[in-house]
Design a protein around this ligand. Structure first.
Ligand code: HGY
Ligand code: MN
Ligand code: MN
Length: 397
């Protein structure tokens, strides 16, 4: 918990933790993690995608079990999302520092899982899986900095990303530890859970074009109010998700232009996010919402554009690796329930490369992406024990 508190201070100003990829805060966190990895007897490298890697060799085989999660946070997020999945395995590996293991292990701290700074995500695991699209290096953050520029300023060589592709035959699997970010484990009164599947997700960039006007002199029936139309869109996303089983949706990001108290909004840019464990439900929902946006804005005499800018399919966790996790949990006294993850994770992208399994840790009231995110030291200790036991007894090599 002390380590997580220390890492939480690698954050830009404001409440909670704000540690975006390829920033000074990211570099501070890597310096600390690199030092701890070395103390745990790991060989530390930083790959071209900005993934910090701590590796230890095996006594019998170079086939490798991968562990880890992401170092980045959302703006004003909590101190456990992502980074807990780097620190807990690190502690398990420290405990096993003088305990030779037959197989190799790598601990991974991925640079960018949240996809908040740039309109893309999961670059680290996609680089390992060989599924990263190099064209994404040209996407820009809100300051106009391209991903490539941000990585170069971080002394990385993004052009080398294609060389990072791993061979599945060299890998034994990927185990990610993460806070649940929901209320299910607390509701079941259990400290840990085993993820059965990870939801799919898609994001739409929507722009509504109205006409900025004086808020006092423009008669109501002559207005082209982009924000009033956007408000209908927000409610339509909520309405449709409420009535569609297995679907959740939100408009979590919205910009208003000119955003002045005495001006009729002329333009609104918003992002719609849809998630489901069932890809066909999500894809048809996206198409439907896009037609609804067109209907709402046309009816109001406005123009609009809606483009799907991001999508990743739902993935099922590997049964055998998950069973090993569940059996190990039992040896430390926990009957860990299977649970579908409504959050996406680095494991989502690792699933195309190797077997994935996830260990969830209970978090208070399911609060996450919020400074009040919290876990108990007892639950952290239980998860660390499960990781230590699984690493010590793992025979899937
Ligand atoms: O949004 C998510 O599900 C993850 O926290 N990036
Ligand atoms: Mn996360
Ligand atoms: Mn997150």
């Amino acid at each position: 918990m002390t380590r997580l508190e220390r890492l939480s201070r690698c954050s830009s100003r404001g409440d909670g933790v704000t540690r975006l990829p390829f920033t000074a805060q990211h570099r501070q966190a890597l310096e600390i993690l690199g030092c701890w990895m070395e103390q745990a007897g790991l060989d530390v490298t930083l790959d071209a995608a900005g993934t910090l890697i701590g590796r230890r060799e095996g006594t019998k085989t170079s086939r490798t079990l991968l562990l880890g999660s992401h170092q980045d946070s959302v703006p004003q997020g909590g101190r456990y999302d992502g980074i807990l999945g780097v620190v807990l395995p690190l502690i398990a590996l420290e405990d096993l520092k003088d305990h030779p293991l037959p197989y190799a292990i790598e601990l991974l701290a991925f640079a960018d899982e949240e996809g908040v700074r740039f309109p893309t995500a999961l670059m680290g695991p996609r680089a390992l899986a060989g599924t990263f699209d190099q064209n994404l290096l040209d996407v820009r953050d809100s300051d106009g900095v391209t991903l490539s520029e941000a990585m170069s300023s971080f002394e990385l060589k993004p052009d080398d990303i294609p060389t990072l592709k791993r061979a599945s035959k060299d890998l034994l699997g990927y185990i990610e530890t993460h806070i649940e970010q929901g209320p299910v484990l607390q509701h079941k009164d259990v400290p840990i859970g085993i993820v059965s599947a990870i939801c799919g997700i898609e994001r739409w960039q929507v722009t509504i074009f109205g006409r900025a006007a004086h808020a006092g002199t423009t008669p109501m029936d002559l207005r082209h109010d982009a924000l009033a139309a956007a408000a209908e869109v927000v409610l339509e996303v909520e309405r449709f998700a409420l009535q569609t089983d297995g679907l959740v949706g939100v408009v979590g990001h919205l910009d208003v232009v000119p955003n002045a108290v005495n001006a009729v909004p002329g333009e609104v840019r918003l992002q719609v996010e849809l998630r489901s464990g069932d890809d066909p439900i999500r894809v048809s929902a996206g198409r439907f919402i896009a037609t609804q946006i067109d209907e709402i804005t046309t009816r109001r005499g406005l123009e609009s554009t809606a483009e799907r800018t991001y999508a990743q399919d739902a993935v099922v966790c590997d049964n055998s690796l998950s069973k090993t996790l569940a059996n190990t949990a039992e040896t430390v006294g926990c009957i860990a329930p299977r649970i579908v993850s409504g959050a996406t994770h680095d494991a989502s992208a690792m699933a195309t490369l190797t077997h994935i399994a996830m260990l969830f840790v209970r978090c208070k009231d399911g609060i996450s992406h919020n400074p009040d995110e919290s876990i108990t030291i007892e639950d952290a200790e239980t998860a660390a024990r499960v990781l230590r036991e699984i690493l010590r007894d793992f025979d899937g090599y």
